[in-house]
Ligand binder design. Sequence first.
Ligand code: TYM
Length: 326
Amino acid sequence: MSKPTLVSGIQPTGKLHIGNYLGALKNFIQLQNDYECYYFIATYHSLTAGHDPKTKRDLIFNVALDYLAAGIDPSKVALFNQADAPECTELAWIFNCLTPIAELERMTQFKDKSAKNAKNINIGLLDYPVLQAADILIYRAEKVPVGEDQVQHVELTRNIARWFNNTYGQYFKQPEPILTKAKRIMSIIDPTKKMSKSYGDNHCIYLTDEPDVILNKIKKAPTGTGTEGTPTHGAANLLMLLEEFGATEEAAIFKKDIKNKTIKYSKLKTVLAKTISNYFADFRKKRKELEKNPDYIWNILKQGAEKARPIAERTMREVKEKIGIL
Ligand code: TYM
């Protein structure tokens, strides 16, 4: 029996942080054996933020390194650059003609990004979720592993599939998101905000951060115990990370210490920094090795696109037949 299909992507806008990892990439790796996986670098999405042509290729290369060093196996999945499988943009156009503008204007990410970047509210930024729907549906995906911030876009994808089917006859399945337990990782220094590069490097722990950098960032995290012996938001954030990175026993001891008000937060911070550093030690090593061989990396992306394109082309052919233009 053929495996169900799964699609997801990551934008090439900079280094990946532990939010990307715990919310999405960790699932990508776990699910690659059980699904037919299409993992890509969302280059076209990343153009909505404006970009420097001199650095874009390097950013694409770096996301490819992150995927591979974290454990994505290119012999099992199609790992590719979205720009090398551009049929998704053609499908996005067809979806554009079915999608009410009001649906896009109410997207949380559009509202956030346009508020942050009032000088560059381009059509791409508004239309971004339609391209995302095309990425997902062009491979006829049933599942989409993402962090919580992308769930609204997957819901829109379901709507677009429904609008298409209602207009032109049953064709697309309605894909569902797959979330991790840690679906929304918060900033290290401001735990009221989602961890995001856009707030600054000090808010994020990057997968490539060296142990001393990780410790310095965690040292700046707010902590504290409430009167009831409960951890504050910042302290709870650190405990959650400790558990997520596998130090559950240590986390249980620190929780007891918080309750008894005997906690030493400096110790919690040191243990957490060490746990995260150790967790990504192999990743850092593997990434440095892979980095030495750019041709190998670009070749993997090329081969990934060759696996993905025949599926995308077939969907486009069938869609064009369905809508009566072929
Ligand atoms: P992007 O590049 O912003 O993020 C990549 C993945 O990381 C997740 N993520 C988080 N999860 C938990 N906590 C956080 N603080 C956190 N920050 C980021 C995101 O939810 C995402 O899963 N639109 C997508 C890229 C995309 C895509 C697609 C995804 C384009 N087409 C098709 C799935 C299917 C994005 O901007 O992700």
